[in-house]
Each structure stands twice: as C-alpha cells, then as structure tokens.
Write a protein that binds this ligand. Sequence first.
Ligand SMILES: [Zn+2]
Length: 313
Amino acid sequence: MKPIYFDLDFGVTCIDTQHIRNDFVAAYLIEDNKRAAFVDTGCYLSVPMLLATLDEKNIKRENVDYIILTHIHLDHAGGAGELIKYLPNAKIIVHEYGANHLIDPSKLRSGVIKVYGELFFKQCLGDLIPVPKDKITIAKDFDNITLGERTLKFIDTPGHARHHICIWDEKSRGIFSGDTLGVSYRELDTTQGELIFPPTTPIQFDPDAWKNTLKQLMELQPKYAYLTHFNRIEFTQKSADMLIAHIDGFTNIAKQMQGHVNRHKAIKQTLLEYLLEIAKQHGVVLDETQQIKVFKGDLEICAQGLGVWLDKS
Ligand SMILES: [Zn+2]
C-alpha cells in the first residue's frame, strides 16, 4: 500500500494510517534538525505506512528518537510494539497508566475484542505486539523532551481517557491532541469552519475532567490542534466552546435515555439524530447517507462509552 501523507509546515507531516477508511486516523511525524519522532502509530496494520513515509522522506530509521503515544487506545497506539522493532534508537513515551498495558497487552486485547468483536480485531487492527519494558519512558505532567532543536512538553489530560497525554509544540503553537481536542472530519468542513465533537469512548470518559483539561489547554493559547481524527485544524476558543457544548449534549442524551428498556440502542439512535442536526446547523452539504457513513465510525463507541459513564455515575 502506498503511503498517503500531508506535509504541514514546521516539519510536521500528517500520515493517513488508512485504518478502516482514508481521512479517519492520522499519525504524525515531526522532524527537527535531522531527528524525528512519531506521535501515535495507528494500529498494527498501519506500521508499513509509517515506515514507507520515512523512506519517501529520506529519514533514516536510526534517526527516529521517539514514538510518543497520546494514549493507548488501539487506533492510536496499536502499532507501537511492531513499529519499535524497526527503530533501533527510539523510545516509546506514554502516560504512566498506559505503560503496563503496552508491556503486557493481554487486557487491552481482550477489552478491545469485547467492544469490537474478534473479527474486527483480526481484520481491522491486525495484531498487538508487546513493547519491551526497557523501551518505555513515562511522560509525567509538564515533562519536556528535546527533538533536534525544539522542545515538546507533555501534559496530563484526563477526560477522554485517564491514560491520555497531549503534547505541546511551542514551535508551531500546536497541540498534538490525540482525542482530547475532539474529532473533526474534513468532509464536514463548511464556511462556518470545522465541526468538532467528543469521542466518548469506553471506559474512562469523564466529562468534568475533560472540561477542566480543555480549560488548561486553552491557557496555552494554541494556534493549531493536530487531531488524530483527522489532520491539523486551527483551534480557537470557539472550537473549545463547541467541543464543550457537545460534551454536554452527549451526556444529556445519555441521561435522558437512562431508564430506556434498550438503553444502548436508544442512546445510539438519539446520538445520530443529534449529530445530523448539528451538521445541518453547521451548513454541511453532504447528503445524509454520506454523513451517516462519516459518523458511523464513532457512533457505536460513543454510545457504549456513555453507557459505561451512566453506570459509574
Ligand atoms: Zn481514544
């Protein structure tokens, strides 16, 4: 498969990992003064795309210093164990709550199979390779690393998952945000800008923590968000407000459906209606069938995560 990538400025490349469909899951490559780092890896099946991107850009594998994982959900980190095999000098940087699941991925594997099913795991995620313990570095809140001549800062960012970090890149005034600054698909862009909504994935969705995290990240006065889903967008206070409004919108739906006999189905259906409505208000011109295709990748998972949150709260 040929790699698809987008050259952004400041030495950042957005790689389409081609997981499930195009324009859905990104990994990023940062180059600075001949040194390189990946932020997120996509899943196991995405690794050939990451290596091919290095080849096309003439970056030596031994010049990759870091594989930084925003969190350990498999569309972000599932390729880490495989990728590290090819990068002799790279360290994997991850939140302390994620590290053990990389070293022994059996729980991660069974959790994912429980949510997505065995067939999806095999066909869409491929495999999950353990990461050698000595390759892992824990990212503590406000830790810095140097890549070439730039500084990258890690920030502990609970809300989407407790094991989530964001990476602040002062050079581009951008945040490598994993899922913390929401998901936003380019197919839904309009003259009003980007449509952004929260992936309320199981099992650690925490709306209050998420809103606190957003407040903290906005204090950095970022210009860009490097979203995993999908690509770089300009991220303003308006973007943050939209995300917060939809975190509230999603949790309100969950609360309204609390006593429903088929709660999961009711949440999923109401969530779809909500997304189609906000797309309409946003002036999205894609026809409804196409919109449903775009939302489909998130709907089931968002509904499951809201169910888990209801049961906890
Ligand atoms: Zn996630």
